[in-house]
Design a protein around this ligand. Structure first.
Ligand code: HEM
Length: 514
């Protein structure tokens, strides 16, 4: 079996596995098999120009995208399956598979779920989040516990529930009022100062609007905007910062565990978490009055406490993801005035974001898709093998993945690689922001399974907040483009990555009144 020697003996004895695993690791044999045989990542590669070590350590853990990049250092010189799928094998630890092959990412996501042998979400990266939310949530559970959580908490976010015409109208209107009021106030601030333009970091503004839409419009809480802005957003930011530290250190799985001494022990975490608890309680109050979408939550017999963890996941996670999504869209548009104007033309006459109007504003859809492709909010998706399995891609390539392997589905690098999204496949360079590429893909009727950006995930664990998040982001970006033109002071941009990715400059733009 050359360099490839799969341990598919079928035994499940962990002692045997550990020993045979160690034997294999010492022999340097590849634990994977099939058509997709990943190449091995050298642990040390001195004088090769590799950006950093291919796992987190005290000097690189704040830049996880660079760590992932290092996993693929030199891989572009490889022909064959080892080019886009690689593995890290450190004696004594389960192997890590890191893939930027969209076909394989799709196959693994499709095989993730609660059926026997399916992949789990690897929860190690979420130990930090679980500290704040508890483990019994959609994010941190697997198997039947996850299925229960999904039934309990995800239904009200579904497309049919949310886009039910009557209900949608109600939400769209309150969301739109919120966005218009907040962005309108920004406009007024400029006008009052007699200024036509200002340089501003938009991320804090967007974050407050996103939280207000979620707490007050969606969940029917009645929290004054100033309190959201001065108390809850800053506390949530600090909780998330704490989470990030734990997330990033845990994200390459067991390797991050050794770095626990770096994890935040700040006393303030307790205080901030107490504020987060208070916010969650305010949000649950809407339930008793059946305000907002609360009457959609199926199981009235389910006590608030059973939903609490998920509510915290929604509040912190959704705030992060929607802020990231909108900030990236604005970042790209601020560097392409032509696209900004095309978007303005598409939305200028839209006063209501009904499903039909959203469909009509095609360019807005292209801008949002291109944003999630080029700068996905969730930059990698973690999985873990629960059994020895074979997976198969739609083009019939097969891969054997042994039990216990940690899988990092590197969406960030998959979506930015010329092989998958470049000129040959889409007519435009992969690293360029070109919303128009989606119109061309549509015109060529390329099937969606070939060109997927995984911005909301895929398969059974797909994002339940997709439609809500898409609507909120469309409203914020659409409203901003209608009120202002905006230009970035630089042509390039950098990404920060923690729980999600964000523009490093806080979405700094020169904002000019239209
Ligand atoms: C609009 C921006 C958003 C983006 C880009 C986004 C992205 C994602 C992605 C990629 C996943 C899949 C993770 C995986 O496969 O491991 C996911 C899952 C999830 N998202 Fe979102 N999300 C967004 C908004 C929201 C909102 C608004 C909510 C809720 C209010 C939400 C709640 C969740 C939850 C609970 C999960 C876990 C689902 C499960 O494991 O069954 N997300 N999200």
């Amino acid at each position: 079996m050359s360099d490839t020697e799969a341990d598919n003996s079928g035994t499940t004895d962990p002692g045997y596995r550990r020993l045979s695993g160690l034997g294999r690791q010492i022999r340097g044999a590849n634990p994977f098999a099939g058509d997709i045989v990943p190449s091995r990542i050298p642990i040390f590669a001195r004088r090769t120009g590799r950006p950093t070590l291919p796992f987190p350590h005290p000097w690189n853990y704040q830049d996880p995208i660079r760590v992932l990049e290092s996993c693929f250092h030199g891989a572009d010189d490889i022909e064959g399956p080892g080019r886009h799928s690689r593995y890290l094998d450190i004696p004594g630890f389960p192997p890590f598979l890191i893939t930027r092959d969209p076909g394989l990412i799709r196959a693994i996501m499709l095989e993730t779920g609660d059926r026997a042998g399916q992949f789990d979400r690897d929860v190690l990266p979420f130990v930090g989040i679980a500290q704040a939310t508890g483990r019994n949530t959609l994010l941190s559970s697997n198997g039947s516990a996850w299925r229960r959580q999904r039934k309990l908490a995800a239904a009200p976010f579904g497309k049919t529930k949310l886009f039910n015409l009557e209900r949608f109208g109600e939400f769209e209107e309150t969301f739109r009022q919120t966005v218009t009021t907040r962005l309108g106030a920004l406009r007024q601030r400029l006008a009052d100062r007699g200024e036509k333009s200002v340089q501003i970091c938009l991320e804090p503004e967007i974050k407050c609007v996103m939280l207000e839409m979620l707490t007050n419009n969606f969940f029917g809480a009645e929290i004054p905007y100033d309190e959201l802005r001065s108390v809850y957003v800053p506390a949530l930011e600090r909780v998330i910062e704490h989470i990030v530290r734990d997330t990033v250190l845990g994200q390459l799985g067991v390797l991050g565990r050794g770095l626990t001494f770096l994890r935040s022990r700040r006393k303030s975490f307790k205080g901030d978490n107490a504020i987060f608890e208070r916010l969650t309680s305010l949000v649950t109050e809407g339930r008793r009055a059946r305000r907002g979408l609360w009457n959609q939550f199926k199981a009235d017999e389910v006590p608030d406490d059973a939903l609490r963890g998920n509510l915290k996941v929604f509040l912190a996670g959704a705030l992060e993801a929607t802020t990231s999504y909108a900030c990236w869209a604005i970042t790209h548009l601020a560097r392409s005035i032509e696209d900004q104007e095309k978007l303005y033309a598409a939305v200028k006459d839209i006063n209501q974001y009904t499903p039909e109007n959203l469909k009509k504003a095609q360019y807005l859809g292209y801008v949002l898709d291109e944003t999630l492709r080029l700068t996905p909010s969730l930059y990698f998706l973690p999985r873990q093998g629960t059994a020895d399995v074979w997976v198969q891609t739609t083009d019939s390539r097969r891969m054997f993945i042994p039990k216990g392997v940690h899988l990092l589905l590197d969406v960030w690098h998959a979506n930015r690689h010329e092989d998958h999204w470049g000129v040959a496949k889409t007519g435009h360079p992969a690293l360029d922001f070109v919303p128009q590429r989606w119109a061309e893909i549509e015109a060529r009727e390329q099937v969606s399974k070939d060109l997927m950006h995984f911005g909301f995930g895929f398969g059974a664990r797909i994002c339940p907040g997709q439609h809500l998040g898409q609507l909120e982001t469309a409203l914020v970006v659409g409203a901003l483009v209608k009120l202002f033109t905006f230009k970035a002071p630089t042509t390039d941009y950098q990404a920060n990555a923690g729980v999600s990715t964000k523009p490093r400059d806080g979405t700094l733009v020169d904002l000019v009144l239209r």
